[in-house]
Design a protein around this ligand. Structure first.
Ligand SMILES: NC(=O)c1ccc[n+]([C@@H]2O[C@H](COP(=O)([O-])OP(=O)(O)OC[C@H]3O[C@@H](n4cnc5c(N)ncnc54)[C@H](OP(=O)(O)O)[C@@H]3O)[C@@H](O)[C@H]2O)c1
Length: 291
């Protein structure tokens, strides 16, 4: 009989990729907001639903919305995570929860390791950090996996926005003084396989495509790759802008949040392709219609 994995956030960028990929090996129980609303107590909603592992990929991910909805952000990103963790612990089941690079203040000059102090600078980051703490206080066997700049075929992200802009406009600009690591959802779903049952580590783990870049470098590479694939883009050079110039941003953003993934590589013995290779794969599939 197949093991059952509950996946919370089935309509999200990462949740949808997880549901699709893991269904080949496991019985996947997908939860969207309709089946499991994290604004409501989770215990009653999961009554009678059995699983051997739970993955929480749901979150309030709009950083500026969180800044003006602190209470709701804390409910979805922190208190509900604690409730999921408690329910799983009672059932002797591990909970894998997806967290973020925004738990850091961004003042480091080298990639962040799991042991670095988490000092979030906005409501989103603080709520996600509290979620990690509640999860791991309840059970140290649970795992909080921090990712950054998620992109993939299931839901549009920054890279899709850039390509749309480049196709329809003569100029595109992107922030060039904020550095992080893109994380390809299709790579993530391969990376976490051994962490499900085979290597049941607990605690905190960083997972992303290696190598950091600014938003401008990320955007430029996506456009260069599209051109290489024969896509007729209008805007070829991405113009650099500063984070300070983004008057529409409500929340402060950390400047540097590249994640070091040495712990993951050592634990699993797997390799992770650099972000440029991952973006290339994404762009090729996007324009060849094989996504
Ligand atoms: N996106 C990034 O660049 C990024 C960077 C760092 C870390 N992360 C983390 O990675 C994880 C996955 O991110 P993602 O990009 O896949 O996010 P996403 O596409 O925004 O998906 C989040 C999902 O959470 C669901 N959700 C929100 N509020 C909910 C509620 N009250 N009850 C139940 N479900 C709710 C949403 O449901 P609806 O579809 O119904 O709205 C959505 O499907 C999150 O933990 C996020 O914090 C993301």
């Amino acid at each position: 009989m197949k093991q059952k994995i509950g996946i919370v956030g089935k309509n999200g960028r990462l949740g949808a990729a997880l549901c699709r990929a893991l269904a080949d090996t496991y019985e996947v129980l997908p939860f969207g907001r309709r089946e499991l609303d994290l604004m409501q107590p989770v215990r009653e909603q999961l009554k009678g639903v059995r699983f051997d592992l739970l993955i929480n990929a749901a979150a309030a991910t709009n950083v500026d919305w969180c800044e003006s909805h602190e209470s709701d952000a804390n409910q979805i990103n922190a208190r509900a995570v604690g409730e999921l963790g408690a329910l799983c612990a009672e059932r002797d089941v591990r909970c894998l929860h997806v967290s973020t690079d925004y738990v850091f203040d961004g003042l480091s000059s080298r990639p962040y390791i799991e042991e670095d102090p988490a000092l979030p600078i906005n409501v989103y980051g603080k709520s996600k950090r509290l979620g990690e703490e509640l999860l791991l206080q309840i059970c140290p066997d649970h795992l909080a996996i921090r990712v950054s700049w998620m992109f993939g075929p299931d839901k549009a992200s920054f890279v899709d926005w850039v390509l749309d802009q480049a196709l329809s406009r003569d100029t595109v600009s992107a922030i060039d003084d904020k550095t992080s690591s893109p994380t390809y959802s299709l790579d993530f779903v391969r990376w976490i396989r051994p962490l499900l049952f085979e290597l049941p580590i607990g605690g905190i783990l960083h997972l992303c495509n290696p190598g950091g870049c600014t938003w401008r470098e990320f955007a430029q590479w996506a456009i260069d790759t599209a051109r290489f694939e024969g896509v007729r883009v209008k805007a070829r050079e991405v113009q650099p802008i500063t984070l300070d110039s983004m008057s529409s941003f409500l929340a402060r953003r950390p400047l540097y949040t590249v994640l070091a993934i040495g712990k993951f590589l050592e634990t699993t013995g797997l390799s992770a392709r650099p972000w440029r290779d991952a973006v290339q794969d994404f762009v090729r599939k996007k324009f060849s219609g094989t996504q």
